[in-house]
Design a protein around this ligand. Structure first.
Ligand code: AMP
Length: 745
């Protein structure tokens, strides 16, 4: 950035310019030194005089020699008294020119190097309105406080900066222009969320599409659903968290930028693993596909190891939800406590429960869990007085759903749904990675033997190539210095990939999704010609091959009017906007996967069949063996296999038996109640005593413990189950075996 405008932009003239000369000699020094004061589009500076929340400025950050580094409109979101002198002021930046936006991205990507700032203390808010909340700033204060206790006194002096100067006639002078840079770090220490003891049931309700790759926030404003942009101005927020080597926690765009340099401490794709037991076949088969370590938490659920800490995937998702909430708060200038959150239609009960837990941890009252295809259908058809049958094809970063729906006015009814929580864009990327590594081996005469970081660079190049080939026919891939030979000669990855190559590599994946669509259409008792519109959602549905296959199957092009990234969040916002208005929207969902119980021998008894309309209830009587002194247990599963070990374990209902019970068996009536949001309650009644137990699946046993209880001789897998296991491992493909070889995993 050689030069920068110093004059006011049109429309800025009514704003006072805050011009800060910082003690940095050049751009690199500025980026390194100032990055700790930046989080997303929030910048923390130190001023002599207090600034009122809501006050607006034109912020102009300059080097010591006067060269402008960043210029943006800024609003004070919060100010607190600093411990030593002056005030810590948090500014939210918007309306950045292109250079400034690029600089902000760079600041967010950069790891801060210097010592930290003096300890600030909270100040009483002055005047009205009260400062809008910013958890980032609270974290910054906390982190600043902690760092200060460790920081040597000398560092404190070094961080002091000269007074800013009024330089140009174009800059309006303010007698308050007595500013100093402070290096207060906006990034928090590794402190995870502490859920509030109570969440007020008031205020606006936002819609959140909690995606595998990206999340999106929307809300109804002036009767229209609108997307709330991320701090950086994008329409989505990456569903990624990262912990830097200095224990700085990042969420969203700054976290995603760590994926290449710090892959082992950067968590993405939590949506694929959340709500699953660590020892489940699925987690065991796929855990080595992730660049970060997956472990078991104290309850046996899949979790991640970040530094010293085991972090549950509910916590990871909660951090993403909290970021969505904070972004909305910053835009609205008021607290947000309530949300509608979307999930794949094909999510099991335990995955839905996990999302509830994440919302609780993020301090959000979950007003409703909404299925993603239903949300997309709302965005397509709400208040349009339609009478149509539609097919929603949702191929995102990690999951795939196909859902047939009927829309009559504002009654949205799911006719049938099906999907795969392990089919998404990342599987397409993996195919391309394998292909690229073969090209690497061909051109360099040796197999790729890089580490996680090198592999992340190949994954990023593969994804970029895949996305580019949705527009272009060919794409040049170049990843320099991917590894070195024994003489120290750097080896690059350099090749050309064509759209035909991509089709050959991924055709099977697209065909798999089309097979699901065919089943769903059949389950819904429809023919392709009965479907009026096909709605494509999810980033991967942009692939031309997907559109082509849909057109071939339905004999018409997909509906063009729905935005694949935004539709789900917009639909969630529409539902959120109508929640007070009883009956204005009627949603009828179905159970995505059969629910049943485990029987001795490991057989699965189906109780409520998939695609049963919700709400649904079913009760049945069983006679179960009983040994004195033991509780009677009913293990509940979800899935389509005849054998429980291939289905998802939901939990166990335990029924205490009275001491006087003398028989060797006990007669139970087991009832399953599914609410409209597909949340399951199971109860059992002892038919002799009338004693009743309502489920809360408090203990999640490991599959091994469960097998023992079900008296299974060995963990056998049925034909269906083993086929699926094989399929999952096949999907790992050569890439994952190479990964293992490469990183010794
Ligand atoms: P989502 O979870 O809906 O945000 O989808 C993210 C997935 O969509 C990622 O795997 C992206 O690589 C993929 N994606 C985004 N844009 C495109 C595109 N233009 N062509 C193909 N795939 C895309």
């Amino acid at each position: 950035m050689a030069s920068r405008e110093s004059g006011s932009k049109s429309g800025d003239t009514d704003l006072t310019t805050l011009q800060l000369r910082l003690p940095f000699k050049d751009q690199d020094g500025f980026v390194e030194g100032f990055s700790r004061s930046v989080k997303g589009n929030l910048v923390t500076i130190k001023t002599r005089k207090e600034k009122e929340a809501g006050a607006r400025f034109l912020l102009d950050l300059r080097l010591a020699d006067g060269q402008s580094m960043l210029r943006a409109k800024a609003r004070v979101t919060r100010a607190v008294k600093a411990k030593t002198q002056g005030f810590l002021v948090e500014l939210q930046l918007d309306d950045l020119d292109e250079n400034s936006a690029e600089m902000l991205r760079r600041l967010n990507r950069t790891e801060p190097k210097q010592a930290l700032a003096p300890k600030p203390e909270p100040a009483k808010p002055k005047g009205t309105p009260p400062p809008p909340p910013s958890e980032a700033f609270d974290d910054a204060r906390k982190a600043s406080q902690e760092e200060n206790d460790r920081a040597p006194c000398g560092d404190e002096k070094q961080t002091q900066t000269p007074r800013s100067e009024n330089e140009s006639d174009a800059v309006e002078e303010d007698d308050d222009l007595d500013l100093e840079l402070d290096v207060a770090p906006p990034g928090p220490e590794l402190v995870f969320l502490e859920p509030p003891s109570s969440v007020p049931d008031e205020g606006p309700i936002i819609g959140i599409d909690l995606g595998t790759t990206n999340s999106c926030v929307a809300m109804v404003q002036g009767n229209k659903p609108v997307i709330i942009r991320s701090r950086e101005g994008y329409n989505t927020i990456p569903s990624v968290i990262s912990v830097s080597s200095k224990n700085k926690l990042m969420v969203g765009h700054p976290a995603r930028s760590q994926m290449l340099t710090n892959p082992e401490q950067t968590v993405y794709g939590a949506k694929r693993l959340v709500g699953r037991m660590f020892e489940s076949d699925t987690v065991q088969l796929v855990s080595n596909r992730f660049h970060y370590p997956i472990c078991s938490d104290s309850k046996g659920n899949a979790a991640v190891q970040l530094g010293e800490k085991v972090v549950s995937l509910e916590e990871v998702q909660a951090l993403v939800l909290a970021e969505c909430k904070e972004v909305a708060q910053n835009v609205l200038g008021q607290r947000v406590h309530r949300a509608v959150v979307t999930v794949p239609a094909y999510y099991s009960d335990s995955q839905r429960q996990a999302v509830r837990e994440s919302a609780r941890l993020a301090g959000l009252k979950l007003e409703r869990i909404l299925n993603e295809p239903t949300a997309a259908a709302l965005a397509y058809g709400l208040d349009r007085n339609l009478e149509k049958r539609v097919l929603v094809y949702d191929l995102g970063g990690g999951t795939f759903d196909a859902t047939a729906m009927s829309i009559e006015g504002n009654v949205f009814e799911v006719l049938a749904t099906g999907g795969d929580t392990f089919l998404g864009g990342v599987d397409f990327d993996n195919q391309v990675v394998d292909w690229l590594l073969e090209r690497f081996a061909e051109t360099n005469g040796r197999q790729f033997e890089g580490d996680h970081v090198a592999l992340s660079r190949v994954s990023a190049a593969a994804e970029a190539a895949k996305v580019a080939l949705s527009e272009a026919q060919t794409h040049e891939v170049f990843v320099p210095f991917l590894s070195m030979d024994e003489t120290g000669r750097p080896m690059d990855l350099k090749c050309t990939i064509s759209r035909d190559d991509l089709i050959e590599l991924t055709q099977e994946l697209v065909d798999r999704s089309i097979d699901v669509v065919r089943d769903v259409i059949l389950d819904a008792d429809l023919k392709p010609s009965d479907v009026d519109d096909v709605i494509l959602v999810g980033g991967q549905s942009r692939m031309p091959l997907v559109r082509q296959k849909i057109t071939e199957m339905f004999g018409r092009d997909p509906h063009p009017g729905v935005h694949p990234d935004e539709a789900v969040a917009l639909g969630a916002a529409m539902l959120a906007g109508s929640l007070g208005d009883i009956g204005s929207i009627v949603l009828i969902d179905v159970l995505p996967m059969t629910i049943g119980v485990g029987l001795p021998g490991g057989r699965f008894k189906r109780v409520i069949e998939r695609n049963t309309p919700l709400p649904a209830s079913k009760a049945y009587a069983i006679s179960t063996p009983y040994r004195k002194g033991r509780k009677v247990e009913v293990a509940v599963f979800q899935g389509e296999d005849t054998n429980v070990s291939a289905n998802e374990y939901l939990g166990t209902l335990r029924l205490p038996v009275p001491r006087r019970h003398r028989k060797s068996s006990i007669n139970l009536e087991v009832s399953f109640d599914l609410g409209p949001e597909c949340v399951l309650e199971v109860s059992a009644r002892d038919m002799d005593t009338g004693k009743m137990v309502r489920s809360s699946f408090a203990t999640s046993d490991t599959p091994d413990a469960l097998r023992k209880r079900l008296d299974m001789e060995a963990p056998s897998v049925s034909k269906d189950g083993s086929e699926r296991a094989e399929e999952l491992s096949k999907r790992g493909g050569g890439f994952w075996s190479r990964l293992k070889r490469a990183v010794g995993g």
